[in-house]
Write a protein that binds this ligand. Structure first.
Ligand code: ARG
Length: 603
């Protein structure tokens, strides 16, 4: 037997010790940092290189010896003969710790680290007692803005906006879990020349516009398209539309009121989607930043950054062949002017240290130029590893099964509500096929169908590296085998049912039972659980939700392995194994929560 059960006293004092311990990787880094400083004092600036590794080597590896050797090999009397000798001394100089069971030297100088099994078990038990928050990563910032979803008023809210909504929500959730104060911003396109055209069109169509109800107005998208057509074909209308823009921006009451009404109608449509997806957002649309634009442009001009170019006012960015236009040749402002003002506002008024923009990759150049301009102005440090920082989170296209841009039958664009309806209905039919209609109440059926259907849509999107295009396929995402939300939700429900059927009071076990990890598959699962924190940290830092999906899928695989090789109920290790089941369920639920997926408990 390799592991030593921890004593009750050590559990009860666990709430106080190891405060701010951080991820396993960070804790190991701290230990190795101490050793490195004594091992080669002349190279005191080296950072410990610690990474999780393949099980045949150990749990983690320290990979500093080779780098250190290349730094000192030409120094006389450096005291070493090569990387392995450095590795050996690094090992010897490690401060005593209960965290490591043993280190071994491998090949060219790697230090393989095997964590203490009882230490892993103790940490899991601590999490069960204190709660999963104890595994929240610590990020070096207090406040972030996540600018996501951000559809355009009256224009279609398309699958691209759905991707932005799903990815942005997950990033916000991961940052919130990491104790960052997140300002979730919906930067809706609610300003611009299209409104002149649309309002003028609606005034013609509804002479009694002020009294027209949202119902009567119906689909704004259709009007938008029709007004655009008329704008392009009818010069007289075009003239009036341009006049309308001036009147709207000049603040003429009837135009302002029509604008506000149009925004309200669109907003109600957007909210239906957010409500279904369980996404919280605060709208601060383009119009919000309008009053700040002149001041910001003046400031940039005073800094000598704004130049005249073909009647427009622009900022030249080194290495980019087009300039960033901040004032158009007609004196009006544009998308970039608004983004400069918004960035200024978020940094100075909202005091955000990290500003994250989630849009399709097509806007990458726009954001790179905005960020470069902000660096020129001294708003952001030139070094991207420093805060405050701005990041563009780009994502690829959603494709249909024909490999072309995704469209649903009949319609030119995908109505998001229809898409969500279909996901829910399909998962409901599957549940009915399985006879759940007889077993469950209608409410349970609805709830599970929604959790599974919407969860499937979200997970199918999030599991891919966001930069790649992904193919939207209902059959695939609703499959209960393979890397899908359905498979994962069922796996979690199954664990819950194991615990339920044991007849044991799990909350009582948490307090009185002891977790050990004697079997290899128990230890493997336990280690994976403990790595949750560093995975969330990585997913946050690199803004990659797929990293968390991969972790969740592997967690479920690890659990399956454990469960098929270790009897739980009725075994001598029942208590410990039930605690391991519970810890797995807790971590899975947290993953679901971070991915915006509602867990189900019955299947
Ligand atoms: N409304 C824009 C679009 O639909 C996205 C806005 C993104 N955010 C920003 N601050 N520019 O393409």
């Amino acid at each position: 037997r390799r592991s030593v059960p921890i004593s009750k006293t050590s559990i009860s004092t666990m709430t106080n010790d190891e405060e701010n311990a951080g991820t396993v990787k960070k804790q190991l880094s701290k230990l190795f940092e101490q050793s490195l400083r004594i091992t080669v004092p002349s190279e005191s600036d080296v950072e410990p290189l610690i990474a999780a590794c393949a099980p045949k080597f150990g749990d983690y590896q320290c990979n500093n010896a080779m780098g250190l050797w290349s730094r000192i090999k030409n120094k006389k009397d450096n005291g070493f003969k090569g990387p392995p000798t450095i590795g050996k001394v690094i090992m010897e100089n490690l401060p005593p710790t209960e965290m490591i069971e043993k280190c071994t030297l491998a090949g060219p100088g790697f230090v393989n680290i095997k964590l203490s099994t009882s230490w892993i078990a103790k940490n899991i038990q601590k999490m069960l007692i204190i709660g999963i928050e104890t595994w929240a990563p610590r990020l070096p910032i207090k406040r972030a803005v996540v600018d996501f979803s951000s559809p355009n008023i009256a224009k279609e809210m398309h699958v691209g906006h759905l991707r932005s909504t799903i990815i942005g929500d997950t990033l916000a959730r991961m940052l919130e879990f990491s104790n960052v104060d997140v300002l979730r911003r919906n930067h809706v396109g609610d300003w611009g020349t299209q409104f002149g055209m649309l309002i003028e069109f609606l005034f013609d169509k509804f002479p009694n516009w002020e009294h027209a109800s949202a119902q009567a107005i119906g689909d704004l998208q259709e009007f938008y398209k029709a007004s655009k057509k008329r704008f392009d074909e009818d010069p007289a209308f075009k003239g009036r539309a341009q006049q309308a823009v001036v009147r709207l921006q000049g603040g003429e009451t009837s135009y302002r009121r029509a604008w506000a009404q149009i925004c309200e109608i669109s907003r109600n449509e957007f909210n239906k989607v957010y409500q279904r997806l369980g996404v919280q957002l605060e709208e601060k649309g383009e119009s919000f930043y309008n009053p700040y634009i002149p001041g910001v442009i003046e400031q940039l001009s005073n800094q000598g950054l704004v130049e005249e170019s073909q009647g427009a006012r622009v900022i030249h960015i080194e290495g980019v062949n087009i300039p960033l236009i901040v004032v158009k040749s007609d004196g009006g402002y544009n998308y970039a002017s608004t983004d400069m003002a918004a960035l200024w506002y978020r940094l100075n008024e909202e005091k955000a240290e990290w500003i994250i923009y989630v849009t399709d990759v097509g806007q990458q150049q726009h954001f790179e130029m905005v960020f470069s301009a902000a660096k020129l102005a001294g708003w952001l440090p030139a070094n991207d590893n420093m805060y405050p920082k701005a990041s563009h989170v780009g994502f690829g296209l959603v494709l249909g099964e024909d490999g072309k841009r995704f469209r649903t039958r009949n319609t030119e664009v995908v109505r998001l509500v229809d898409l969500l309806d279909e996901a829910k209905n399909r998962s409901k039919s599957v549940l009915i096929e399985r006879g759940k209609a007889a077993e469950w109440t209608e409410q349970e059926l609805e709830h599970t169908a929604e959790a599974v259907g919407y969860g499937a849509v979200k997970y199918a999107d999030l599991k891919n590296n966001r930069l790649t295009n992904y193919t939207f396929n209902f059959d695939q995402m609703l499959n209960d085998k393979g890397n899908t939300a359905v498979y994962l939700l069922y796996a979690h429900a199954r664990i819950c049912s194991i615990i339920r059927k044991s007849g044991k009071d799990i909350d009582e076990l948490k307090k009185t039972g002891v977790l050990t990890l004697d079997h290899d598959d128990e230890r493997g699962l336990g280690l994976h659980l403990l790595q949750f924190s560093e995975v969330v940290e990585e997913a946050c830092t690199n803004l990659l939700p797929n990293v968390l999906c991969e972790y969740l899928y592997n967690l479920s695989e690890n659990f399956t392995k454990f469960y098929s090789n270790c009897q739980v109920v009725g075994s001598a290790e029942e208590t410990s194994r039930l605690l391991l089941c519970e810890a797995t369920a807790v971590v899975m639920r947290k993953c679901f929560h971070l991915l915006g997926i509602t867990p189900v408990y019955k299947i």
